[in-house]
Design a binder for this molecule. Structure first.
Ligand code: HSE
Length: 311
């Protein structure tokens, strides 16, 4: 195989109660990337469409993640890799833009090298890209992009990712206000210490959410989607957050929260029809503002990154 085209999915990190540990993967929202072997050694970013991002490999999240992988590849290579990135996910959207690029690059190169690395190792490489993007080697977006479905980052040192089951037929509706919130900024505003009473409620929800996924319990899943710690601070950065949440829940959503570090707002629904109803309610709320926005509806993908084509 000399060339691979992949779909690099958007992801929802945190999922309300699981700051920096929970995440899930979208099925139809994401970027495309083409990675090919070329005679020149190393990694070259040859094309970026859709957004303005650095082409230098050591300044681009895809490049940094790819270089981290190649550093660990022990055999000598007499070729290098060229990466074309077609971005649909804007940076600073909260749906894992940098994670899609970083995870996509390492997944594709691993395929072109005949899969020498495990998924866990790919997450390890990809989170080097996250470190470049936001200053922290977070794994809660790259893990679901690579593993698919829902994931839990059990620990970061050593890295341990737990794959969780998904609920049957689960859909997400995402409202993406077209403003950029940098993850680094959105992390800086968070308190360094939290009240024990809030922590107790929060970890009870994480445990309950994991149980709900294992038992396909929609009610428990819905009841667990509350964030006592992060959302109260970050929601202030997102215009109309409370109204959006109220209207999504009224339209039948199982829950609603900030996707990753925002500004995107995610909701979950039991089926496509409810996800559409939620989309309509979010649309009518946000049309009243002067902020441009996009709405996405997607199934939760249990697959993660998808191979579109190989040559
Ligand atoms: N867990 C990270 C945060 C995800 O919320 O800052 C960033 O997308």
């Amino acid at each position: 195989m000399n060339e691979i085209t992949i779909f690099a999915p958007a992801t929802i990190a945190n999922i309300s109660c699981g700051f920096d540990v929970l995440g899930c993967c979208l099925d139809t929202v994401g970027d495309e990337m083409v990675v090919r072997k070329v005679p020149e050694k190393g990694v070259k970013i040859s094309k970026i469409e859709g957004v303005d991002l650095p082409f230098e490999s050591d300044k681009n999240v895809a490049g940094v993640a790819a270089l981290a992988l190649l550093n660990e590849f022990k055999k000598k290579l007499d070729f290098g890799f060229e990466i074309d990135i077609y971005k649909n996910i804007k940076p600073g959207s909260g749906i894992g833009s940098s994670a899609a690029s970083a995870a996509g690059a390492v997944f594709a190169i691993n395929e072109l090298l005949n899969k020498p690395f495990s998924k866990l190792q790919l997450v390890e490489f990809a989170r080097k890209g996250e470190e470049l993007a936001c200053g922290s080697p977070i794994a809660d977006n790259v893990a679901p992009a690579i593993f698919g479905g829902f994931t839990l980052v059990k620990s970061t040192n050593p890295l341990n990712i737990i794959e969780l089951p998904s609920l049957e037929g689960l859909y997400t509706t995402i409202l993406h206000p077209q403003i950029e919130i940098k993850t680094e900024d959105s992390r800086t505003i968070l308190p360094k210490k939290v009240a024990l009473t809030d922590a107790v409620k929060q970890w009870a929800n994480v445990g309950a959410l994991v149980h709900a996924l294992h038992t396909n319990d929609y009610n428990l899943f819905s009841e667990s989607l509350t964030d006592f710690i992060v959302e109260p601070h970050r929601s202030k950065l997102i215009y109309g957050f409370d109204k959006v949440k109220e209207s999504a829940l009224k339209a039948g959503a199982l829950g609603c929260g900030i996707s990753g570090s925002g500004p995107s707002i995610f909701t979950f629904s039991k089926n496509h029809q409810i996800a559409e109803n939620v989309a309509n309610s979010l649309n009518s709320i946000y049309l009243k503002n002067n902020i441009p926005f996009k709405i996405y509806i997607s199934k939760i993908s249990t697959q993660g990154i998808k191979i579109i084509n190989t040559k």
